[in-house]
Design a protein around this ligand. Structure first.
Ligand SMILES: Cc1cc2nc3c(=O)[nH]c(=O)nc-3n(C[C@H](O)[C@H](O)[C@H](O)COP(=O)(O)O)c2cc1C
Length: 219
C-alpha cells in the first residue's frame, strides 16, 4: 500500500482524546500533511481529558485546539487547523485529491450524520466526500454499549465503504501502560490508511512485550 501524504483528521466529542493526539503525531511523523478539524464537543473532551481543565465546556475552544496540536508533539508546519463550519476548505470537495480521512474518536452523533449524509459541518462533509469518491474513510467509534441505532448506522457506513473501527484495543501484546493501548488502536487505524508507523508490535514478529500478570498488577 502506498503511503498517503495528505490526510484529514476529524476529532469529535467521543471519549478518547488521547487517540486523536497520538494519531496527529504519528501522521506527521510519517510525513503526512494533516488537515485537522475539531468539533465543539471534540474541543470539550480534549479540554477535559488531555488538558485536565475540568468538566465545563471550554471558553476558548480555539485555544484548546492550539494547545492540543502543541502538546500532541506533531511536527510544526505539518498541521493545518480547519474551521468546523469552513465548507470552502479543499477537503469539502471531491476535486481535492486527499486520499484518506480518519475520524478519531468518532462520536455516535457524527456516525449518525455520516450514515445519513447530512453533511452539516466540515467533518461530516469530508466523510461524505470520501465515501462518494470511493476513498478511504476510517471511523474510530467510541461508545458502549451500542444501541440498535448505533449498530444500524455502523452497518450503513460500512455498506457505503467506510471502515468502522471501534476503539477496542487488544491485550495480546501484554500491555503494561495505557499509552500502549492507545498506540495499538492508532496503529490499526494507520494500517488501514496506508501510513507507515511503529506503534504496535505485530503478532509473530518477535517484538511482543514481556508477559505480565494482569491480576497481580491490578489486584
Ligand atoms: C466528556 C464527554 C465525553 C463524551 N463521550 C462520548 C462517547 O464516548 N461517545 C459518544 O458517542 N458521545 C460522547 N459524548 C457526547 C458527544 O460529545 C455529543 O453527542 C456531541 O453532540 C457530539 O458532537 P460531535 O459529533 O459533533 O462532536 C461525550 C461528551 C462529553 C462532554
Amino acid at each position: 500500500m502506498a503511503a498517503v501524504t495528505r490526510i484529514f483528521l476529524g476529532v469529535t466529542g467521543a471519549s478518547g482524546a488521547a487517540y486523536a493526539a497520538t494519531a496527529l503525531r504519528a501522521l506527521t511523523d510519517a510525513g503526512c500533511e494533516v488537515g485537522l478539524c475539531v468539533s465543539r464537543a471534540g474541543a470539550h473532551v480534549i479540554s477535559h481529558e488531555l488538558l485536565l481543565a475540568g468538566r465545563d465546556s471550554p471558553r476558548d475552544p480555539d485555544g484548546v485546539i492550539r494547545d492540543f496540536v502543541t502538546r500532541s508533539g506533531a511536527a510544526p508546519g505539518m498541521v493545518t487547523v480547519l474551521g468546523l463550519e469552513d465548507l470552502t476548505a479543499p477537503f469539502a470537495s471531491g476535486s481535492s485529491l486527499a486520499p484518506a480521512a480518519l475520524i478519531c474518536p468518532c462520536s455516535g452523533s457524527t456516525l449518525a450524520a455520516i450514515a445519513h449524509g447530512t453533511a452539516r459541518n466540515l467533518i461530516h462533509r469530508c466523510a461524505d466526500v470520501m465515501l462518494k469518491e470511493r476513498r478511504t474513510l476510517v471511523l474510530m467509534t467510541r461508545e458502549t454499549p451500542l444501541s440498535l441505532i448505533h449498530i444500524e448506522n455502523m452497518a450503513a457506513v460500512t455498506r457505503a465503504g467506510a471502515i468502522v473501527m471501534p476503539a477496542a484495543p487488544g491485550f495480546y501484546n501484554n500491555p503494561t501502560q495505557v499509552s500502549q493501548l492507545v498506540d495499538f488502536m492508532v496503529g490499526k487505524a494507520l494500517d488501514h490508511l496506508g501510513v507507515p508507523h511503529g506503534l504496535l508490535a505485530r503478532w509473530g514478529d518477535g517484538a511482543m512485550g514481556e508477559p505480565t500478570d494482569p491480576m497481580e498488577t491490578n489486584p
